[in-house]
Design a protein around this ligand. Structure first.
Ligand SMILES: C[S@@+](CC[C@H](N)C(=O)[O-])C[C@H]1O[C@@H](n2cnc3c(N)ncnc32)[C@H](O)[C@@H]1O
Length: 266
């Protein structure tokens, strides 16, 4: 978890978030969470939370950080949380980050504590511009896509499709892909209960259907974890947080609704 500084640039600011008890993560609840940081953008008279170091955010990136190796392309700089963790891995040799918002880049450069990033920063290259136009002339081992503000965003698959079509990475991950897998499974109208179908076989079929070499295909626990995340986040998104804790606990014996939720709600 990198440290940041409190700074404002244009419509953006980086501010601290307090420590708290009973905070909800991506895969489950936490009794205690340390203080962290967030990036917010001015919207009218208020501030819209875009990115943060909350457990929901950090846990949701975990399968992708774990999968990173060799030459990595990360679409979406944000606070650089994913970047920081990927750079820390010795098996990662080069990281190219695609970011289109100049102010996000400025804020990132001004708010990070460089001493927390060196010497791994030498492996990092920033390409300013639209990620969808990026066409590398080198082999990419892993592509991670996180360009949207909501879990379960409809555009996630089409954006990942465009990027992977241009980049042809050997392995791929995209933020909130658990929602897309569970939605794909639900659309099959298989007999209840749904968790019986959250299997490696079905996850691999999903990967084949979308046509990308997605992360976690060799992890037999991942499909059920994906369902747990969807149930849990769905219950937070509709404001039933106590129920969310319960639903996470019974994730393996309940059927999820198709739900999505904004980062700003978490
Ligand atoms: C949610 S943030 C990424 C958070 C990041 N994973 C982290 O670890 O902090 C999404 C980022 O993608 C950027 N973005 C959105 N659409 C883009 C595009 N088409 N090309 C490049 N960057 C884009 C946004 O400016 C934003 O910085």
């Amino acid at each position: 978890m990198p440290e940041y500084k409190a700074i404002s640039i244009g419509k953006w600011r980086c501010t601290p978030t307090p420590a708290g008890e009973h905070i909800l993560g991506y895969w489950g609840p936490h009794n205690f969470v340390s203080a962290g940081w967030m990036y917010e953008q001015r919207r009218g008279k208020g501030w819209l939370k875009w990115m943060s170091l909350t457990p929901m955010e950090s846990e949701s990136h975990m399968p992708h950080i774990a999968a990173a190796h060799g030459t990595v392309v990360v679409a979406g700089l944000g606070m650089g949380f994913v970047l920081h963790n990927i750079l820390c891995k010795p098996e990662v040799t080069r990281v190219i980050v695609l970011e289109k918002d100049k102010d996000v880049v400025k804020l990132f450069k001004r708010t990070i504590r460089r001493d927390h990033w060196l010497p791994a920063l030498d492996k990092f290259e920033l390409r300013l511009g639209d990620a969808l136009a990026f066409r590398p002339d080198f082999h990419v081992d892993f592509l991670y896509v996180d360009l949207w503000p909501c879990l379960g965003e409809e555009c996630a698959c089409s954006i990942t499709q465009t990027l992977q079509c241009n980049i042809q990475a050997a392995s791929v991950g995209f933020w909130g892909q658990e929602f897309d897998f569970v939605s794909w499974l639900m659309a099959k109208n298989l007999p209840e209960p749904l968790e019986d179908h959250c299997t490696q076989h079905h996850y691999r079929a999903f990967c084949e259907d979308v046509g990308w070499p997605l992360v976690e295909q060799d992890n037999p626990s991942y499909p059920k974890l994906a369902l747990a995340a969807v149930l849990f986040q769905g219950s937070i998104g509709v404001g039933r947080t106590d129920e969310g804790v319960l639903m996470a606990a019974i994730a393996f014996s309940a059927s999820p609704p198709r739900l999505s939720c904004r980062r700003s709600q978490l």
